[in-house]
Design a protein around this ligand. Structure first.
Ligand SMILES: NC(=O)c1ccc[n+]([C@@H]2O[C@H](COP(=O)([O-])OP(=O)(O)OC[C@H]3O[C@@H](n4cnc5c(N)ncnc54)[C@H](OP(=O)(O)O)[C@@H]3O)[C@@H](O)[C@H]2O)c1
Length: 183
């Protein structure tokens, strides 16, 4: 069983060159090979999402605990754990991760949840999508100086992908820089 304090909190996001992450409560591109990367990274690990991102998917992500954050106390869906604050969602996700030996808990969007989680995360898995599509949801500005880039890999579009992309991994420089972090 993974000890709770060894469990990392990570955000995972794909961001276009103009900051867009979504359009009309959906993705603004179709890049199956990048989605496969998301799947490989998150499989078996608790994934936290805002209610709007869950609605965009329409069903739980398979083979991983889905924790959905909403302020609506009447909201229920089969196959997901519902939490009414991000703090509760993260605490629940850590407990679930500890129980199944997972060492990472993922924040999987959308913009509202990424923004609130930004001061708390240890790692940001940031895929830069080499497109500048129209969109109505923008990834929140953040201070890259608080992170070290520990990996960067360029991926040429596979057949069926709309664009090339670059996967980067940003690790927070020091735990004490988590200004305001209480979790
Ligand atoms: N490119 C990517 O990697 C990526 C990843 C994920 C999502 N997306 C895109 O992002 C878009 C959705 O993002 P979004 O910012 O509009 O919405 P969101 O963050 O997915 O969800 C927002 C909702 O979460 C709930 N919520 C937020 N903060 C909360 C809190 N502190 N306590 C309790 N509930 C809270 C509220 O639900 P209620 O209204 O029910 O109270 C709020 O309306 C979609 O277009 C989606 O496709 C992109």
């Amino acid at each position: 069983m993974a000890k709770d304090d060894t469990i990392k909190l990570a955000s995972i996001v794909a961001v276009a060159e103009n900051g867009v992450i979504g359009r009309d409560n959906d993705m603004a591109w179709r890049i199956p090979s990048e989605f496969a990367y998301f799947r490989d990274m998150t499989i078996g690990k608790p994934v936290i999402m805002g209610r709007k991102s869950f609605d965009a998917l329409g069903k739980p992500l398979r083979d991983r605990p889905n924790i959905i954050v909403t302020r609506d106390t009447t909201w229920r869906r089969e196959g997901v754990l519902v939490c009414h604050s991000l703090e509760d969602a993260i605490a629940s996700a850590r407990r679930i991760a500890a129980g199944r030996g997972a060492t990472t808990v993922f924040i999987a969007g959308g913009a509202e949840i990424y923004r609130q989680a930004m001061p708390l995360i240890d790692i940001l898995y940031l895929t830069e999508i080499h497109l500048a599509p129209e969109g109505d949801v923008i990834f929140p500005a953040f201070d890259r100086g608080q992170f070290d880039e520990t990996a960067r890999t360029f991926h040429k579009a596979h057949p069926g992908d709309e664009a090339d992309y670059t996967i980067t991994v940003l690790q927070r420089k020091a735990a004490r820089q988590k200004a305001g972090a209480t979790l």
